[in-house]
Design a protein around this ligand. Structure first.
Ligand SMILES: Cc1cc2nc3c(=O)[nH]c(=O)nc-3n(C[C@H](O)[C@H](O)[C@H](O)COP(=O)(O)OP(=O)(O)OC[C@H]3O[C@@H](n4cnc5c(N)ncnc54)[C@H](O)[C@@H]3O)c2cc1C
Length: 288
């Protein structure tokens, strides 16, 4: 289906973009357009004015400082994959971006679009939650910060209000003894995920801090506090990870569909969570 007629503007600065977004009720930011344009073509949603933010320099920078990162919302997956700063500070962010299907999508799709779409199957949201990222949201009245844990509010719904844009994402340094891991179970190697998990583990033989995020188990990615508590204070071992994954119980109620029942998805959530924690422990050991 062809795109219905829609107004388009490409502002030169962030303030101009915010002004354009405020100028009409039906205005929406256009980043990589990989999801939004498809949605418009399929008439699933309508937009009156597309405000193209994809080339705004203020949203396209990558800043690194002592292991922490600030990634502009319009940095593409391919740029994240190739960035020496991101590879050095948070190799896992580059790796996960490099697995987003396929190269055409990676050339255009942006980290901000991946988050603002809030599609529960998207790759980056659970990772950003596990890493303790902060989402920097810009409006005409200033910048506000929302923890990644609180950013995703529902299917295709985030903390970004109409008239605002996600400006950048800050990811704290991993620090000594910390490692991150990520694991996905997909329907097939190049298709939608059945369940994803991302983990951050900090410690030195004993786990001091654990963050475990699960995705594709509900409308938004969630942290599993039961598994985190089971890990905290315990040994940083594969056995401890396996045992802690058993804390994922009936509190998790993934929606059943053609690819798996609720119980199957719950069991697979335990598997990917354990794998993500195993990887985080191993990488933390290298980082000690
Ligand atoms: C064939 C195909 C395969 C895909 N495979 C994967 C995959 O394997 N993994 C994966 O994670 N994703 C996948 N996607 C989704 C893809 O990553 C999208 O690009 C992404 O979800 C949206 O990013 P975008 O930059 O294209 O945003 P757009 O499509 O431009 O925007 C998406 C939404 O976010 C809003 N938005 C965008 N940026 C901002 C901002 N800075 N501030 C406020 N609002 C903003 C827009 O208004 C719109 O509502 C796939 C998409 C397609 C078409």
């Amino acid at each position: 289906m062809l795109l219905a007629s829609v107004d388009y503007t490409r502002p030169a600065t962030v303030p101009e973009a915010l002004e354009a977004l405020a100028s009409r009720e039906g205005a929406a930011p256009l980043a990589g357009g990989q999801s939004l344009v498809n949605v418009l073509k399929n008439r699933v949603a309508s937009v009156e004015l597309l405000v193209d933010i994809s080339r705004l320099e203020e949203l396209r920078s990558i800043e690194a400082s002592e292991g922490s990162l600030e990634i502009g919302a319009c940095v593409t997956y391919d740029e994240i994959d190739r960035s020496p700063e991101i590879r050095a500070g948070h190799e896992i962010v580059s790796r996960v971006a490099s697995h987003i299907e396929d190269q055409q999508i990676r050339n255009r799709g942006t980290i901000g679009g991946n988050c603002c779409l809030s599609d529960p199957t998207n790759n980056l949201p659970p990772l950003l939650i596990a890493l303790g990222a902060t989402m920097n949201i810009q409006s005409g009245s200033g910048l506000r910060q929302v923890a990644a844990d609180e950013f995703f509010r529902g299917y295709f719904l985030t903390a970004v209000e109409p008239g605002e844009i996600l400006r950048s994402i800050s990811i704290p340094a991993l620090g000594e003894g910390a490692g991150a891991g990520y694991s996905t179970l997909s329907v097939a190697s190049d298709s939608k995920a059945i369940v994803r998990a991302a983990a951050l583990v900090r410690g030195n033989g004993t786990i001091d801090e654990a963050r475990v995020a699960l995705a594709v188990v509900g409308p938004v990615p969630i942290r599993h506090s039961g598994m985190e508590e089971a890990l905290r204070g315990g040994a940083a071992t594969a056995d401890a990870a396996r045992e802690a994954a058993e804390a994922i119980g009936e509190d998790l109620e993934p929606i059943a569909d053609a690819h798996g029942s609720t119980e199957y998805r719950r069991q697979m959530a335990r598997v990917v969570a354990r794998r993500a924690v195993d990887e985080a422990i191993a990488r933390g050991g290298e980082n000690g």
